[in-house]
Structures are given as C-alpha cells and as structure tokens.
Design a protein around this ligand. Structure first.
Ligand code: GLN
Length: 224
C-alpha cells in the first residue's frame, strides 16, 4: 500500500505520519509537495497537521487552493482513501470534501492534551481494528478545533452515522455533539482533530493511533 503525505508550506506533522507508515509499518510512503499534480500511484492520501500558510485567513482556507487539492478531490471521488488530521481536517472541510467547519476553540486558547475518545463505528477501514464503542486516548493540539455545522447538516451527519470519533468526558473545544472526527457519506474520506500519528510508538505514550493506519492495510479502496 502506497501512502502519500501532502506537504503544504507550514505543515509540521508530515514527518510524524511518514515515521508511522514508512518506519513503523514498513509501507512505501511518498512525501508530496503541494504543487505536485501526479499522484496516480498513491493508495492513501494523508493531509497532515500543522499550520499551512500560517493559519492566515482561516486554518486550511489557503491550502485548499494548492494545486494538489484537485488531485485529492479526484482521488476521493474515485472512492479511494483520504485522511485529514487536524490541519488536514480543516483543509478537507474548506475543500468541501467533508461537511461542517472548524472554528476557534470555545475557550479561545490553544489546547495541547491527551484525551479520551469513543470509537462510534468500526465498519470502515479507518476503525476496523477497534472494538465498537471502544474508548481510546489520542493527543490533541489545536487552536481551531471546534466542529460546527448547521442544524440540518448536523442532523444529516448523525443520521448517516458519519461520526467516527467523539470526545468523552470533557468537551475540550466546544464541538457540537462532541464531534472529534467525521467521514463523508461514502466513508472513504476521514477528518479528525486528534492525532493518531502521534500515538503509534510506546516510547511516546501509547499506540492507539497505530491501529487506524494498520486497519488500512486490509482494504485499499471501498466502493461508493
Ligand atoms: N496541529 C494542528 O494541525 C493545528 C491545526 C491548526 N493550526 C490549529 O491550531 O487549529
């Protein structure tokens, strides 16, 4: 399985992802500069965390116009796998590959923590190695991670079971319905604020996140 990690100016979790997919899992991994336009060999596209374009305007709002995003949209429309982590999630909502938006945290300050999450469904490649309703702990680090959607969109998201991860206990950023990660209707595009790539090595505090990447090895594409 070939992973492609998109690098925008200001990305800072790109090498963390490659450490997991290439060094820990032994899978071919290509770093993709955001101006590239040929990514046909890639199976899983990862939009990593960070501060693309310095978070100017809104997080992810400028990265959304990078040349690579046209390929990311085509890849997603073909039913292939795309994951956006933290800033990557913000880019995916700005690109309208996922519904809703991420706005400033309820308490306005940057949050850096390890938080419990509930796995809401495990019938997708992303979560198939977790148990249904499993409580896992992942690192979070963001300033604009409050998920917001219109009432109608929120009803659709919940009705289609698009929530994959929900904060349990304390709601760290004020996200509606405690949403921490959602997928598109087809399930092939995932966006999440917590960082699974920072939870893949016991040396840095746990391996809950590794299971998400390992689950992908068992299914390259899902049908739409
Ligand atoms: N870790 C990240 O990807 C941070 C995302 C974004 N820059 C924010 O602060 O919300």
């Amino acid at each position: 399985m070939i992973f492609g990690v998109v690098v925008f100016p200001g990305s800072n979790c790109d090498r963390d992802v490659a450490y997991v997919t290439r060094d820990i899992m032994g899978q071919p991994t290509r770093m993709i500069w955001h101006q590239e336009t040929d990514i046909t060999e890639i199976d899983v596209i990862v939009l990593p965390g960070g501060f693309s374009y310095g978070d100017y305007l809104r997080c992810g709002a400028i990265a959304r116009f990078s040349p690579i995003m046209q390929q990311v949209i085509e890849h997603a429309n073909q039913g292939k796998l795309v994951i956006g982590i933290c800033n990557g999630f913000q880019v995916l909502t700005e690109a309208h590959l996922l519904p809703g938006i991420l706005v400033k945290n309820r308490d306005t300050h940057f949050i850096c923590d390890r938080l419990p999450l509930k796995v809401e469904r495990n019938d997708l490649p992303w979560t198939q190695l977790y148990a249904q309703d499993e409580i896992i702990t992942l690192p979070v680090a963001h300033g604009e991670g409050q998920f917001f959607a219109s009432e109608q969109t929120l009803t659709e998201i919940e009705g289609n079971n698009q929530v994959l991860f929900r904060y349990v206990g304390n709601n760290p950023n004020g996200s509606q319905n405690r949403i921490a990660g959602i997928c598109n209707r087809q399930g092939n595009v995932l966006g999440m604020m917590p960082h699974p790539e920072r939870s893949a090595d016991n040396l840095v505090g746990g391996t809950y996140g590794l299971k998400l990447f390992q689950g992908l090895l068992e299914s390259v594409t899902i049908r739409t």
